[in-house]
Design a protein around this ligand. Sequence first.
Ligand SMILES: NC(=O)c1ccc[n+]([C@@H]2O[C@H](COP(=O)([O-])OP(=O)(O)OC[C@H]3O[C@@H](n4cnc5c(N)ncnc54)[C@H](OP(=O)(O)O)[C@@H]3O)[C@@H](O)[C@H]2O)c1
Length: 372
Amino acid sequence: MAWPPETGSSFTAAKGPHRVHPRLLGRTDLAIPPLVFGTMARRQADDATREQLIRAAVDRGLTALDTAPLYDFGRCETQIGRALRGIPRDRVQLLTKVGLRWHGGAHGRVLFAFDDAQGRRVEVRKDSRPDSLRWEVEQSLQRLQVESLDLVQVHHPDVDTPMAETMGALLDLKAQGKLRYIGVSNFSAEQVLAAQAALGDEPLCSLQSDYSLLRRELESELLPLCREQCIGVLAYSPLGVGILAGRLPKIDDSAAMRRLQQAFRTTLSPIADVHSCSPAAVALAWLLAQPGLTAAIAGASSVEQLDTQLDAIALELAPGEVAELSQAFANLNWPASWEQSQGRVSRWLRRARRLGGRALRSVGIDPSKRLQ
Ligand SMILES: NC(=O)c1ccc[n+]([C@@H]2O[C@H](COP(=O)([O-])OP(=O)(O)OC[C@H]3O[C@@H](n4cnc5c(N)ncnc54)[C@H](OP(=O)(O)O)[C@@H]3O)[C@@H](O)[C@H]2O)c1
């Protein structure tokens, strides 16, 4: 398949062959399909399985891949590099990120921390200092086995490094041909404007943000701002990490949960039935109908999941359906309520384990051995 196609390329989705019409990202000539394949693995899988999935996405016309050094700590970019062997470089668009380091020293705010398999504490820090960015881009080029990256996005804002230094380093890397365009992710409106100001005449290509029927914060400020400034917008977690594909959590009976189930049952699911496609495709098509949104970055753990999403590309929802969905999922205050309820469940499980442990110990059984 030649890319970028003049008139759109064919691919086969659940409802038959469709055409993928590329969209330009911001004020650039970077043409990407409206669905970008998100490569952050949410389930354990071996390299061969992940590489087959990446290849399947590209074969289906999803030629833009979103990744990051952080995803599986470099392994994800390596898998992409291997999966794309033999595919001409100009037929795929590689969107990666910089600015989150693990084992990178003590600079920057900690985004999250965990204990690795050896029990060592690992802190993931926001680090957008020029030397760090230069090192990261070299690493990504090697892992992806390419000479230039199509889009490099600052993954999270590093408020301890002046924006001018970060953007200056990225401009230098662009001048050296190591990247084509510069974007940001998880930036506030103020930070987006600061990034564009620091770039001068170079367009800020895109903003990547959490946006779906379940997360609508973007609509109040950032989406109108990006529209006005002609900055492309990429929505991540567009399926609410599977909820909008029908994997509704069943752990809670809160009012928010009941509203979510009702919105799914009475609005999303029937609209999917009308169009003979999956709820996932409808949720993605709703996003693609939002003015100012360029593309949705959806993830999948299998080719079957991927195939449920593809109809979104050709699905044109009626304005009434778009409004109905907006209304049904409005003000769900998601996922705050869900995270709170998750917190309640894990507190309950911890307590149950503690009590169970005490009971086992009282009859002479060591619960840690028994649980192995
Ligand atoms: N910039 C950032 O900070 C940031 C943050 C998050 C994500 N991202 C990007 O956005 C991409 C997608 O985000 P995401 O994975 O968070 O969210 P998502 O696209 O909303 O959800 C993807 C997950 O939904 C489930 N799913 C998809 N289709 C399904 C189907 N038909 N039936 C049932 N479940 C289905 C799968 O979960 P299971 O794997 O559990 O089956 C899949 O991994 C990532 O890969 C990454 O590229 C960026």
